[in-house]
Every structure is written in structure tokens, then in C-alpha cells.
Design a protein around this ligand. Structure first.
Ligand code: ZN
Length: 265
């Protein structure tokens, strides 16, 4: 019964045309949108319509929640879903948005939260993903990431990659994969690259990937996701196998998108 209502409501949301002002927001704040082809753009718009409507959006502190904030965050979160089987991040109910960099207050553990699984530990933070609980986003960092893909940092990709990772119940750097062959390839490739990053970080060497990815496997996947979408060329040049397993997982090829866009320009 519940699914019937939900599916019906989603169908209605998707049928409505995409707001022109929302698209203006995306064009202004999410550079990646400009390299998508028309099919992916339409698909992304449909995802955003549902995602904006179904999640609880809360501004914290003096942040006033606006369409710009909801749409900018949704566009980047939903971009990860374009090639995935998904249920609009069923493990995300609420998105808490702070105006700028914060050290969040301690949250009381909920009754059902037997593991207070905090993924990030660094302070001050830009974002956090709780295994059972909200995604916390800092608005100025979210905006910066969307507008400057060349930086290779994207808070939204990072936090929502954690949520994809957690879909199978474990924040271990391996999201649900399609079959054993894909899993084998994933484990071999990612553990090799993770260990390489760890070694280089320990030696104080700069790697092509952000050293924060050496924290643990979950952070590695989140950091690799940021670079996969933001600096695909850099990843292909430095770790072609890592690019390939991420491409197989996300069923997207940001490098091809970039090339096609440049060819047209
Ligand atoms: Zn993280």
C-alpha cells in the first residue's frame, strides 16, 4: 500500500516539468551539468524532482533553507545515481545544512542507534554522514565544490558516496556491487590503490589522490569518487584500473563527457 502511494507520488513529481529557475541554479552552481548529454540531463532533473520533495531539509544556525540550497545539493547527490540501480538514497532521510564550516554539537544517541557510526572525525568538519541519521553539509563548501570541479574536492560527492557505501550496512569502502566478478575486481584494485596511497602518505609524498583517502577504506572510496567525477583525466593517467572499476560501478564515464564537451567547444 505504502509503495503504491509512494510510486504514484513519484510519478506525479516526475511528470511535472522541470522548473526553469531550478535549472538556472544548476547551471550556475554545478559545473558538471554542462558536460552531461541531454539524456543524462533529463534523467538528473527527474531524480532531483523526487529527491528535493522526499527529503527533510533543515537549515541549522542562521541558515535559511532555500531552493538554491536544496537544488544545488540534490543535483550533486543525484549525479552519482545516474547509472546505478537505486531508491533515491533510501538511507538518507534528512539533510542538515550549516551556513559555513562548523564543529557540530554532540548529538544525543538515538534509541535505535546502537552504533554511533560517525564516519568523519576531523574537526572542524565540512560534512558528515551517519550510518543511521542525517547527512550534514556545510553550504559554502558545497557551493565551492560544485563551482570548482578543477579543485578535485566535492563535499557532496564525498558524503553521498559514504551513503552508497553504507547501503549494504557496512561503511567499508565497498558499496553493493552487481556480482562476484565485479566484487573481485573491485577488491583487488581498490586495496592495491589504497595501500599505495597509504604508503605515499606515510612517506609524506604527494599522491594524485587526496591523502585523506588513506584514513581508511571508506574514506578512500569517498575521496576516489570525488576525483573520478571532478578530475577523471588525472585519475586515468595515474590509476587507470581505479578509474575502470569506478566507471563500471557508477556506469558513467566523466572522462568521455569532458572530451566530448571539449570537442564541441
Ligand atoms: Zn568521509
Amino acid at each position: 500500500m505504502f509503495h503504491w502511494f509512494r510510486d504514484h507520488r513519484r510519478k506525479k513529481l516526475i511528470q511535472a516539468s522541470f522548473s526553469a529557475s531550478w535549472e538556472e541554479i544548476i547551471i550556475r552552481n554545478v559545473v558538471h551539468y554542462s558536460i552531461l548529454d541531454d539524456t543524462h540531463r533529463t534523467q538528473l532533473q527527474d531524480l532531483i524532482k523526487v529527491f528535493v520533495a522526499e527529503k527533510n531539509w533543515e537549515g541549522v544556525g542562521d541558515l535559511e533553507m532555500t531552493d538554491e540550497i536544496r537544488v544545488t545539493i540534490s543535483a550533486q547527490a543525484c549525479l552519482l545515481l545516474l547509472g546505478l540501480p537505486h531508491n533515491y538514497y533510501r538511507n538518507v532521510k534528512s539533510i542538515l545544512v550549516y551556513p559555513s564550516t562548523v564543529v557540530p554539537p554532540k548529538r544525543k544517541q538515538g534509541f535505535f542507534e546502537n552504533s554511533f557510526a560517525l564516519v568523519e572525525s576531523e574537526k572542524p568538519i565540512l560534512g558528515q554522514s551517519f550510518k543511521k541519521g542525517p547527512v550534514i553539509i556545510v553550504w559554502d563548501a558545497a557551493l565551492r565544490g560544485g563551482r570548482h570541479p578543477e579543485s578535485g574536492h566535492n563535499l557532496i560527492y564525498h558524503e553521498f558516496a559514504h551513503k552508497l557505501d553504507m547501503l549494504d550496512g557496512a561503511a567499508d569502502g565497498t558499496p553493493p556491487l552487481r556480482d562476484r566478478t565485479e566484487l573481485r575486481d573491485w577488491v583487488i584494485t581498490c586495496s592495491r590503490e589504497y595501500l599505495r596511497l597509504k604508503k605515499e602518505t606515510q612517506k609524506g609524498k604527494k599522491s594524485f589522490l587526496n591523502s585523506y583517502g588513506a584514513t581508511n577504506e571508506a574514506e578512500f572510496f569517498a575521496v576516489a569518487t570525488e576525483q573520478f567525477f571532478d578530475q577523471p583525466r588525472r585519475m586515468i593517467q595515474n590509476a587507470p584500473d581505479l578509474y575502470r572499476v569506478l566507471q563500471e560501478y557508477y556506469r558513467q564515464d566523466p572522462y568521455e563527457c569532458e572530451k566530448r564537451k571539449k570537442g564541441k567547444a
